[in-house]
Each structure stands twice: as C-alpha cells, then as structure tokens.
Design a protein around this ligand. Sequence first.
Ligand code: DGT
Ligand code: CA
Ligand code: CA
Ligand code: ZN
Length: 582
Amino acid sequence: MPLDALAVGNDAIAKVLDEIGDLIELKGENVFRAVTYRAAARSIRDLREPLTKLVEERRLKEIPKVGSSVSEAIEQIVATGRSKRHDELQAAVPPGLLTLLRVPGVGPATARTIYDHLKITTIEELEEAAKEHRLQQLPKIQAKTEENILRSIAALKQRTGRSLLHEARAAAMTMADYLRAETGVEQLAIAGSLRRYKETIGDIDIVVAGDDAAPIFEVFARAPSVERVLARGDTKCSVIVDRGLQIDLRVVPARSFGAALLYFTGSKEHNVRLRGLALRRKLLLNEYGLYRIGAEERGQEIASITEEDVYSALEMDFIPPELREDRGEVDAAKAHTLPKLVKLDQVRGDLHTHTNWTDGRDPLADMARRALAKGYAYLAVTDHSPGLGMTNGLSPERIEVRLAEAARLNAELAPFRIIVGTEVDIRANGALDYSDALLAKFDIVSASVHSSFGQTREQMTARVVGAMRHPLVTALSHPTGRLLEKREPHAVDLDAVIDAAVETGTWIEVNGGPERLDLPDTWIRKAVDRGATLVANSDAHAIEELDWMDLAVGTARRGWAPDGRLANVRELDAMLASRKKR
Ligand code: DGT
Ligand code: CA
Ligand code: CA
Ligand code: ZN
C-alpha cells in the first residue's frame, strides 16, 4: 500500500505488519513468523505515542513484541513508506489471494486451496464458485465452509462504507481526549451525525474554538490514531484514522462556537429548514452566527455563542440533536410542543442482559454489581432458552439454580434487585421455546426471533404477533432482526406488531446492541404515536456492554420517545406492575 511517508500513523503501520503476517501464511512460510508480526501489530495499536517519534528516539525496542525484524520493517516504513519484507512477499504471492482472505471464514490454507485449484482471485468469482458448489469438491473444504463463505459474502455486500455509531464514537472520543490534552483548547464538541446518534456514521465532525487553526491542525495531524492527512485548509483539516474512518476538524472563533456547532451538527435538512425560517424574518443564519441581513459583513451577530442563544433568538425551544432531521421538529419547537425526551440518567434498570451461563462473558454477580454501580435499581438477567443450541440455553434444572443464586445475591445487594428473566426463542412455527409452566417462573419474558429469518412477511408476522399475544410474554426483543451493515431486517409487518403491542400491553424493545439499534427510530416514533410502551435495553453480554444503554436511549430519543413511555424508567414496583396481566 502506498503511504505518504510524512504522515504514516500507528494504525497504518500496524496494518502493513498484519498484512506481512497474512502474506507469510499465504506463502506457506513458518506460521510462527506470521504470529510475530501480528502480535507486534496488536501492541502497536495500543500505543499511546506516535511510532514516528519512537523511531526518532530509537525506542522501538521498548514496545512489547517488537523484535529486530519487526523493528527493521517499522523503520523502513517510517523512512520510505514501504517495507522490503512486505514488497518481497507481495511479489511472491499471487495477487488476489489477500482479497480472498478478506472474506471471514476463509483462512490462509483455504485461500491457498481455492486459488491453486480454481485460480480464483476476486470475491465475485468466489461467490459464483460457492453457489455452484465447486468449493466443497476441493480437498479439506466442507459443505459447511462453503455455506459460511456465502453468508460472509452476503454480509460484505451489505456494507455501505459507513461505520457503526459506537465504533465512530470510540474513535471520536480518543481524538477528543488527545486534542484536549495536547492543544489546550477549551471548547471542543463532537458534532455531525455522531452527535445526533444516527445509527451509522459517514464521518466524524469535531468543532473547536480557537483563534489560530494552524498549530491545532499540526497537533491533530500528528495524533497516534491518524493514518493519513487528507486535506488541510484555513479552517478545516481532514484525516483518516483507524479502520478508514474520516475525521473533519473545524477551528472557529470562540464567539461563533454555538453557531458553528449548530451548523456542523446538522442535519443538512434541519439547517436548511432553520435558515428558511430565519430568512422569513430577514435574518441570515450561517456557521458564524445569526445576523440581520446586511449586517453580517460588519460582524454584528444577534446570536452565535451558544446553540441555545441561536434557537432562542429564532423564538423557538432548544432542539435536542437527536431530533434534528427535519421531521417536524422545527415547527414543534416554535409551537413549544417538543416531547420531553427520555434521558439516560432516568433509566432505572436494564431488562435484557446475558451471563456466562449462555452466550455472555461474565457471571451474574459481576453483571449485578456493575448495574448497581451504574446507579440502577434493578437488572433482569435474560439468558437464552435452549432452542439456540449454540448458546447453551437454560435447562429446567439450571433455571432453579439460577433462581436460588439470584435470591442469594438479592439478599446481599438489597434494595437492588436482580430479576430472573429469559430471552425465549420464538420457534419457526410460532411456538415459544419453554412450556408455560417454565415461563411462569420468570418475572420478565422477552421473546425473540433468532432463526428462519427467510420466512414470508405473512409467516413472520403471524409468528411474532402470536408470541406477543401470549400472556406470559412481557416484551418483544429486537423486532426487525436487522444487523447494521450485515443483515437486512426480516420481513415483518411492523404496523401489525405495533397494533399487537398496544392491544396486548406487550412492550417493544429498543435494543442498544451497536449492530442492532432495533426498533429503528422512525418506527419508534410510530409506536410512540400509537400508544405502545417501549423498553430500552443494552442486550449486554459483558459488564462493559451495559453502557450500550446509552445507544438504546439515543435511539429512543431519535424516535421522539418521552420518558413516560419507557417501562424501565419506572421504579421497580411500578415497572413490574405495568407488565401486562399474566
Ligand atoms: P454523515 O457524516 O454522512 O454521517 O452525516 P453528517 O450529518 O455528519 O454530514 P457531514 O459530515 O457531511 O456534515 C456535517 C454537518 O455539516 C451536516 O450535518 C450539516 C452541515 N453541512 C454539511 N454540508 C452542508 C450543506 O451543504 N448545507 C448545510 N446547510 N449544511 C451542511
Ligand atoms: Ca459527519
Ligand atoms: Ca464531515
Ligand atoms: Zn439477547
């Protein structure tokens, strides 16, 4: 890969080392050498200092896992943008093999076999061969592998090049922390679609207040996560960081910070609507401020320091970023009828979580303590029913053990309360995966579809609505089954689902899993309008994933959900009392 030698960041170097590892394996050299390069790549990604600086100070040996051959490669990349080892390997390995390796499920050995026998070098050819079942005829390739490859290719095709909200946010926070520490800027805000909690992010936008952009851009371009600098102007600088994410940094005068934040938060459609409103009042709104028309050149703004000032000068209520999509929020803000949106700190508990008893990582006690530390009053543990063989669903015996364990922990942690629930599978035929007698043991029953996604809209709707009609089902989990950038939603009539929710009192989940964010925002709004009750959940499979509640609440806010419509904003007793009649 061609690199601008002056702008090579740690991530770019790590990528080359990883690729050396892949090429070593593809070439059939000793795999331990490949392991060496990959281990070095991993420790480089964790570094807090730029490698270029370490090279300059001859301190590469201090990095864990970086031995002499890796050091040599790093020095070459920093000096010339290339590594000799990488070049030699590339010359020795047929082009296209690396492409095959990008398909999850295709390892170096499989890629080799496929290439040697079928001379395949592109993903399109691979898909064709898999569809024609030509892969499973090759040595050591099973029908199962072929199926996995087809599924992976379908997933690759779903990608739009946009990033998941939580990935973009992690990259944005890393950069924001770095800029605060290294530039001394006082006002910094993350803007754009990220601030609006949009489900996927095209690029990251950061706004800082400062009089002189040049030194700030200097520091920005040298950030450890920066892979290359795309463009640098007077007020804007764009870079690429890990995983190809772009960050646009804008430096604006402190006096214009609010107007700039408003402008760069967007959405574009919201901005257009606001500017139209301003114009009708003979005002001009731009990224520097709100002006009386004609006065902008004299720099006499009416409002510009904070967003609140600008909205208020336009005689409207402050519009939370999650609503700024031109979906009626401007008129509502003028009429003072914006909803009182749910807030993260109002959430009293999480009602969809997993432990190491099924596919989670952490034990119940750890999940409960973390929930308590977050300030929650309760936590429902909803491990899977056995229908999903792969996740080791809970047998009747284990349910009893779990109930006893929860009772013990509850005695210790009171008044905090662990609620024993279940995420029960809705089988393809619509039946639930536990008998009614077993379901009755759980205080929260969340029903979900985890199989037979290909059913027709009629079948799927009957399957889901049928489960919602069951008196013991408290909530419907991740209603569309979509996986962002990976899997389309399954065909289901969401209007019928919302009707069933209202009619039966079944809650509809807003799942905060970063790939799910399901129910999607526009449907949340319909559910809210029609009177359904929602429940915002993290679907955490590990203690730190309990923080995904933030994504669930952000998504609920994008769906205009007021606090009163979320079951888990209620205190324990009120929440339990508001479940549908069993
Ligand atoms: P993204 O990056 O595709 O996820 O979405 P945004 O909304 O972050 O869009 P981006 O990064 O292109 O621009 C950031 C904000 O800047 C955008 O939300 C509104 C503002 N903006 C950008 N271009 C225009 C424009 O042509 N007109 C107006 N009024 N605003 C713009
Ligand atoms: Ca953006
Ligand atoms: Ca942008
Ligand atoms: Zn789950």
